[in-house]
Write a protein that binds this ligand. Sequence first.
Ligand code: SAM
Length: 286
Amino acid sequence: MDDFTSPKRILSARRLRPRKRLGQNFLVDPRFAARIAAETPDHAYVVEIGGGTGALTTALAERARRLDVLEIDRGLAAVLRDRFGDTSTIHIVEGDALEDDLALRLASEAPPRAICGNLPYSITTPLLERIIATAALWDCAILMVQREYARRMRARPGTPDYSSLSVFVQHFCAVEHLFDAGASGFYPAPRVASSVIKLRPHAHVNEGLADPALLLWLVRAAFAQRRKTLANSVAAQPGAPSNAILIAALQQSRLPGAIRGERLAHDDFVTLANALSAQGFRAPAR
Ligand code: SAM
């Protein structure tokens, strides 16, 4: 009979070791998992990213009508199959969440839909980009990330944590901080603390925006060189508009020529992107 009571026992029974490269810091405090699960809608379809040894999976499964669990590590996918294989509502998917067709997965299920995960830290940004790309298909995403990262996601203009990540995430979603989790809640204990955030997609993303790709390009360009003014930081990027176009767009947006990117609120970025678009500027291909 397998002992699934702690990640440490689960791993040692199978001669597995936590793999740092895959961000394997497993939840040992069940209260964290329970709090994440409690935030999912009733009777939802849930995708869990990175099932690990199944601590969060157990809590999510108590509420979800169906749960798809993505796990890249072959040994852990086997643990999850052994642990949950008899539960018809839980489906273990062995593979890379960065390669998974999340949009198809979500679109194949009726709402409510949620995405959850204690994310592997080394790939938080590409995972978040993929999750946000499907925001129209879920009701909420409840994600455990590094505390610093969570701060940047919800930072306001003019604060040290405000960055292109803040504007990008807040363009698509409302960001709510749910709770913090200290390193002692994990095995092995990570070097950094974590936070859990909840994302809810905005209903009218891109409304009033002439060119969504231009907004995203502008935000990255504005923060690329934080110490410079927005105009100089943008001008230094490949494919940037000419100085004349930039200055005209800033004037049209009623923004000072020497303003820094960190001072612009989301709506200012929208106004400036629209002004650049009106000047005939198109975002360079990525
Ligand atoms: N959910 C478990 C928990 O909270 O205890 C595990 C969380 S652990 C921080 C991250 C998990 O994501 C690990 O199990 C790791 O193997 C898995 N993982 C890492 N990269 C992945 C990827 N590209 N696709 C799917 N899973 C991945």
